[in-house]
Design a protein around this ligand. Structure first.
Ligand SMILES: Nc1nc2c(ncn2[C@@H]2O[C@H](COP(=O)(O)OP(=O)(O)OP(=O)(O)O)[C@@H](O)[C@H]2O)c(=O)[nH]1
Ligand SMILES: [Mg+2]
Length: 540
């Protein structure tokens, strides 16, 4: 961070020197600010008719001197001071107010969103002396919806308020408020957020699935936030007030990232990350992340990386310098403009390269397929929502051991096996990556090669987990994706799986309604009717 931040244009050399002298000074840890420093910045502020701010660390060292304008200061990017989860930033901001006005709403917004230790405003008398010092800090247990506490104004003679103790007390209270949090587990801890116009029950179901996705990705979930709105603002998505609430939640829970259930467009992503100082991802990125963790084959890895980069590219934007307010807001520029340009170009180059590689693999696959077709074996593909039991069915049918797990997206790389029916008919049976609602478009594109495999299938087995409360919506999601992939003209059998977990009567009703065949994929003795149906359809 620059030690002198803000424009010094129009200032005299002697005034700049006086500003520079400030960051050599130190403030005893009990003091908000010393009388001498308060007097100096008040005087200087009064002379230059601009606000002056100081960022002070816990040792009382002045990390940065900020020159503002008449109305405010812009706080530089302090993300390098990334606070430990559940902790404050370790920086306090002390600044002058030329008008005789106590802490403003904007000051308090900065206090919370930037997780400052404290914020202080020094008001100045008409002849340039410090008048009063107004101090505010975060309130760990918000009272009546208030997130900050403002102390009674201090006189310049009484600035020893046991400042460091105060800050430590706030942090201790924060730790108590989030008593479930154990520090240092090394795991990511997330707050899940949904901003939506959908009815509550639908939004909650979607959040529940997001939670499963997070767990699948190895992320702990600390809390969920649902904000229902009449209309969603395409630019801002979420209001400042709500972001403040979320910041407090982050602090209390020691969260390390927030995950939005909605896909964030680049401008929403920027406007939110400009205001709140924490890692932000959305549902799509989470799914991409899981795919990246799971991909085993070279092809799978290439496809996922391609999807990730394509999603990332438009979102690679420097933090905007235009502040959300006159004072404060996270400023600075993130990575330097030029560094960012280089980064972007590299990403673009890599996308081109990966695209070519994927194409090549696709060609090879076509050749393999041609070879297989020469042998003339019919292909049966198992498809369905993630975690429905596709791999389990493949394993039981062919006595193989494809990985089966009770988590979303256990399978990414398709596997094929031969299967011999009782009447000596032989087929190829393939297991595929699971579907999910709102399957990211980037993934659909990247996994086109995998999905194109499905085009040559002679029969699709749509595996449905009927023990899941949302299985009907899931059938719709899957069949919609099949439509998008132009696969809805291939014969399809609906297979109602996990019948062992559902009452017989209910199963019978589902069989009628969905014209399906009920099985337990993990129990070979239940598979006969399905085998017969498959055999009949492929021999037809
Ligand atoms: N009770 C019961 N559990 C089953 C049955 N079939 C599968 N499961 C369980 O469901 C979970 C998911 O099974 P998988 O075969 O991995 O599901 P998948 O469809 O391949 O999932 P992804 O590859 O993640 O898309 C595992 O814990 C299985 O043990 C069944 O018939 N009955
Ligand atoms: Mg699987």
């Amino acid at each position: 961070m620059k030690r002198l931040f803000g424009s010094t244009g129009g200032l005299k050399a002697s005034q700049i020197r006086r500003l520079e002298n400030l960051y050599r000074r130190r403030i005893p840890t009990e003091f908000v600010v010393t009388f001498e420093i308060a007097r100096e910045i008040s005087k200087l502020s009064h002379e230059i008719r601009r606000q002056i701010g100081l960022l002070v660390n816990r040792l009382g060292k002045i990390a940065c001197v900020i020159v503002g304008n008449y109305q405010g200061i812009v706080i530089p990017d302090i993300s390098e001071y990334r606070a430990a989860p559940g902790r404050l930033k370790g920086l306090r901001c002390i600044h002058t107010h030329l008008k005789n006005e106590p802490l403003t709403k904007d000051d308090l917004t900065d206090l919370v969103l930037l997780r400052l230790d404290i914020i202080a405003a020094i008001t100045i008398t008409t002849d340039g002396r410090p008048n009063q010092v107004h101090v505010g800090h975060i309130l760990p247990k918000s009272q009546k919806g208030k997130q900050c506490r403002i102390l009674a104004p201090l006189n310049p003679g009484q600035l020893d308020i046991g400042c460091l103790e105060l800050i430590k007390a706030v942090e201790t209270e924060l730790a108590h408020a989030g008593h479930l949090y154990k520090a240092g587990s090394g795991k990511e801890r997330a707050i899940l957020i949904s901003v939506t116009t959908a009815p509550r029950s639908i939004a909650m179901d979607s959040l529940a699935e997001l939670k499963e996705l997070a767990l699948s990705s190895g992320i702990d979930v600390a809390a969920t936030v649902l904000q229902q709105r009449r209309r969603v603002d395409s630019r801002f998505l979420i209001g400042l007030g709500k972001l403040q609430d979320i910041t407090i939640l982050i602090l209390k829970n020691g969260a390390t990232l927030i995950i939005f259930d909605q896909e964030l467009n680049p401008s929403q992503m920027r406007s939110i990350s400009d205001k709140i100082d924490i890692k932000i991802i959305d549902r799509t990125q989470l799914i991409l992340d899981i795919f990246a963790q799971r991909a085993q084959t070279r092809e799978g890895k290439l496809q996922v990386e391609l999807a990730q980069l394509k999603y990332l590219l438009p979102r690679l934007i420097a933090k905007s310098t235009a502040m959300s307010r006159l004072t404060g807001g996270i400023g600075g520029r993130g990575p330097g403009e030029t560094k960012l340009e280089i980064h972007r170009r590299r990403v673009r180059d890599r996308i081109t390269r990966l695209g070519k590689d994927v194409l090549l693999i696709k060609k090879q696959r076509k050749q393999q397929k041609a070879r297989r077709q020469k042998k003339g074996l019919p292909v049966i593909s198992i498809i369905g929502y993630t975690n429905a039991g596709k791999s389990t069915l493949l394993n039981t049918l062919t006595k193989s051991d494809v990985r089966v797990e009770d988590r979303l997206f256990a399978t990414l790389d398709p596997s094929s096996r031969r299967l011999k029916f009782p009447k000596d008919v032989e087929v190829i049976i393939t297991d595929t990556v699971g579907f999910i609602k709102d399957l990211p478009r980037e993934l659909m594109v990247a996994f086109r090669a995998t999905f194109e495999e499905l085009e040559s299938a002679d029969l699709l087995l749509h595996i449905i987990d009927i023990s899941n409360a949302h299985f009907k919506e899931r059938i719709e999601s899957v069949e919609k994706i099949l439509g998008d992939l132009n696969l809805n003209n291939i014969p399809l059998v609906r297979v109602l799986n996990k019948q062992d977990l559902v009452d017989r009567e209910i199963i019978n009703r589902h069989i009628k309604q969905f014209e399906g065949i009920a099985i337990s994929a993990n129990n070979e003795s239940t598979l006969m009717p399905l085998l017969e149906k498959m055999q009949a359809l492929v021999s037809a």
